[in-house]
Design a binder for this molecule. Structure first.
Ligand code: AMP
Length: 402
């Protein structure tokens, strides 16, 4: 099936056209600065040259019309007619407790997504703009929503209910949701394929280490615990986010230092993590470079990052029953960070997690980096959220026709 995958943000639209039969990208691109007179349209057909155009794109409807026109345009296009599109798969950030798996988007499911807006105020409305644009431009093509939170819907209650007064869960829906679900799902599935084992008999920890970071315990192919929670600031420190901090610190910042909740929020989300500790950058490459030159706080930032990741890997492993088969690294840092992978795994030998330094010299490619014959495979698996969205979309469309 040919499936268009859209990731509509507030001012950007990322897209890929995929052929699911061959798991191949036919073309991809990004519309940036939507809403402005000097918006940017980046486009690349498979095997072809990248192009970049600056032009006015007043809204999401205009951006998506440009994408659809390009798909069929003579010379640059990759399909003869839009009738070839079997479906559009939309990345939707938050389904809350209302939508816990990928769905065909209809009036009712769109209403539920809208109701989840308070949980993802920046993302869900932008995601919906993409859906509405497709409904207008391609009224006969089915739309499927694939949710960042959905993969974690299989977590058991003890993993997702916070030990606050229970009424806050019951009355206000305060709970752990987890994020990056599509990425965790994809790399777990792909790792099982690479190892030639059945996903429903595969236990692993998936480590999505990018600008955002989350780790997930995947038991028999299903998420059973994860480090991100109600929001996206807990667990392991990130580029600019602090990760786990004792809530008493936040109360102290408000009550004793007189900070407003907005200032605390900015500190936690924008001024912390690698950037806050190192004082150098939020970018792992810059922090590693500074640390290599002897910058003490950059070195401390790396150690704090590795310490937290290592601790969460070990903690999450307690959810896997009596067997851990693999630890999988993905996203920008996980796929490329040779040194940081090694730092994280140092100290996990007690649970059979070891890295072979020679095999670990790999960036952005699928690889097993643990020693030959090691009981726990340490793997690098580049994430592919677009493919996962396309595969889920295909499955939903096929089921709806059955
Ligand atoms: P993502 O959010 O998945 O795009 O990941 C972004 C993060 O990946 C940034 O912190 C980058 O510094 C990091 N990254 C990209 N390439 C490398 C590399 N070669 N070594 C270490 N970190 C990298």
């Amino acid at each position: 099936m040919k499936i268009l995958v859209l990731n509509s943000g507030s001012s950007s639209i990322k897209f890929q056209l995929l052929d699911t039969a061959e798991r191949k990208v036919m073309c991809k691109g990004l519309v940036e600065r939507v809403g402005l007179a000097d918006a940017i349209f980046n486009y690349q057909p498979a095997g072809g040259d990248k192009s970049k155009e600056v032009l006015p794109i007043p809204d999401h409807l205009a951006g998506i019309k440009l994408i659809l026109d390009t798909l069929t345009s003579p010379g640059r296009g990759v399909i003869a007619s839009l009738a070839e599109l079997a479906a559009v798969g939309h990345r939707i950030v938050h389904g809350g407790e209302k939508i816990q798996h990928s769905v065909l988007l209809c009036e009712e499911s769109l209403r539920l997504i809208d109701e989840c807006t308070p949980l993802a105020p920046l993302h869900n409305p932008a995601n919906l703009m993409g859906v509405h644009a497709i409904q207008k431009l391609l009224p006969d093509v089915p739309n499927v929503g694939v949710f960042d939170t959905a993969f974690h819907a299989t977590m058991p209650k003890p993993a997702y209910v916070y030990a606050l007064d229970y009424s806050y869960y019951e009355k206000h829906g305060i709970r752990r949701f987890g994020f990056h679900g599509t990425s965790h799902q994809y790399v777990a599935m792909r790792a099982a394929e690479i190892l030639g084992v059945r996903l429903d008999d595969f236990n692993c920890i998936t480590c999505h280490l990018g600008n955002g970071v989350s780790l997930t315990a995947v038991r028999g192919g299903k998420s059973v615990d994860t480090t991100l929670g109600f929001g996206t600031c807990c667990g392991v420190p990130m580029g600019t986010r602090c990760g786990d901090v004792d809530p008493a610190v936040l109360m102290h910042l408000i009550d004793e230092l007189g900070m407003t909740s907005r200032q605390v929020c900015d500190l936690m989300y924008k001024g912390s993590g690698l950037k806050g500790i190192s004082g150098v950058s939020h970018d792992m490459r810059d922090v590693e470079e500074a640390a290599a030159k002897g910058h003490e706080r950059a070195e401390l930032a790396l150690e704090i990052f590795a310490h937290a990741a290592r601790k969460h890997i070990a903690a999450l492993a307690t959810n896997l029953g009596d067997r851990i088969d693999a630890v999988i690294f993905t996203a920008g840092i996980g796929e490329n960070g040779v040194e940081i992978r090694e730092r994280i795994c140092q100290g996990l030998g007690f649970m059979g997690v070891r890295i072979d330094p020679e095999r670990n010299k790999v960036r952005g490619k699928e690889a097993v980096v643990s020693p030959e014959g090691a009981p726990v495979k340490v793997m690098v698996v580049p994430t592919n959220e677009e493919l996962m969205i396309a595969l889920d979309t295909e499955a939903i469309v096929k089921a709806s026709r059955a």
